[in-house]
Design a protein around this ligand. Structure first.
Ligand code: SF4
Length: 208
C-alpha cells in the first residue's frame, strides 16, 4: 500500500473513533461527541505534536484556531496559509479529541486512551517527517521517553542536546504557547532569544 493510501486509511479510522465515548479505559466517558482533530499528509516534513484540542478547536475542528495558535505561528515564523498546508505541516496532538474541562475551568489532560492506540499508526503513515516539535510535557514524555527531563523546564532547557540526538525524526521540545505559560516565558527569556531563532531556521528549511 502506498504511503498516501495508508495515511488515508488511518485518518478514516481515526475520524470515526469513539473509544473515549463508548469504551473508555479507566476514565469517565467523554461527556460530548468525539471530534478527532488532526492535520497530516504523507509529504509533510514538519510535525507539530501538540496536547489536545480546547473548546475553540473542538468547535472549529481545525488545530490551533485559538490564541495559542497565534503565538505558535509567531514562534515558527509561519503565516496561516503555510501552517495549515497539510502537504508541508502535520499537526498530531497527543489526544485528538477535546477532553473536557476540569473543576477550575482548565482543559483536562489528553485522554490516556488516545496516544497508545493512534500514535504508532499515524506516525507509521508519515514517512517524510524529519522534525517533531514536542509541545508540552505529554508530547515530550511520549517522544523523548527516558530522555525527557524531570519537568518541562528541564526538558526544554536541554533542547540543543535533544535536537542533536541521532534518532530520526529529530525532536525539538517546546513549552505550550498558551497564555498559561506567560510567566514561564518571562522567567526563561533564553527561550525566545536562543531557541526560537533556531526553530525558525529549521522550520523555514523544512517547509521551504
Ligand atoms: S480522544 Fe482519541 S481515542 Fe479518544 S475518542 Fe478521540 S480519537 Fe478516539
Amino acid at each position: 500500500m502506498s504511503a498516501p493510501d495508508l495515511l488515508d486509511r488511518v485518518l478514516s479510522d481515526l475520524r470515526a473513533c469513539r473509544i473515549c465515548r463508548d469504551a473508555p479505559l479507566d476514565l469517565p466517558p467523554l461527556p460530548h461527541e468525539p471530534r478527532p482533530v488532526i492535520q497530516a499528509s504523507a509529504t509533510a516534513r514538519l510535525c507539530i505534536a501538540g496536547q489536545a484540542p480546547g473548546t475553540r478547536v473542538h468547535a472549529s475542528g481545525q488545530p490551533f484556531t485559538d490564541p495559542s495558535g497565534v503565538r505558535l505561528r509567531h514562534w515558527l515564523g509561519l503565516d496561516e496559509s503555510v501552517f495549515y498546508d497539510a502537504s508541508k505541516v502535520a499537526i498530531v496532538p497527543m489526544g485528538h479529541c477535546f477532553p473536557g474541562l476540569d473543576a477550575k475551568g482548565g482543559d483536562k489532560p489528553p485522554r490516556r486512551e488516545c496516544a497508545p492506540i493512534w500514535r504508532p499508526r499515524v506516525f507509521a503513515a508519515l514517512p517524510a517527517v524529519e522534525l517533531v516539535l514536542a509541545i508540552g510535557r505529554y508530547a515530550q514524555a511520549w517522544h523523548l521517553g527516558r530522555d525527557a527531563g524531570a519537568n518541562l523546564s528541564q526538558t526544554v532547557a536541554n533542547w540543543r542536546a535533544t535536537l542533536e540526538r541521532p534518532d530520526r525524526p529529530r525532536i525539538l521540545p517546546l513549552p505550550h504557547p498558551s497564555w498559561r505559560n506567560n510567566s514561564w516565558l518571562k522567567r526563561n527569556p533564553w527561550f525566545e532569544d536562543e531557541l526560537v531563532p533556531v526553530l525558525r531556521q529549521e522550520v523555514a528549511r523544512l517547509v521551504g
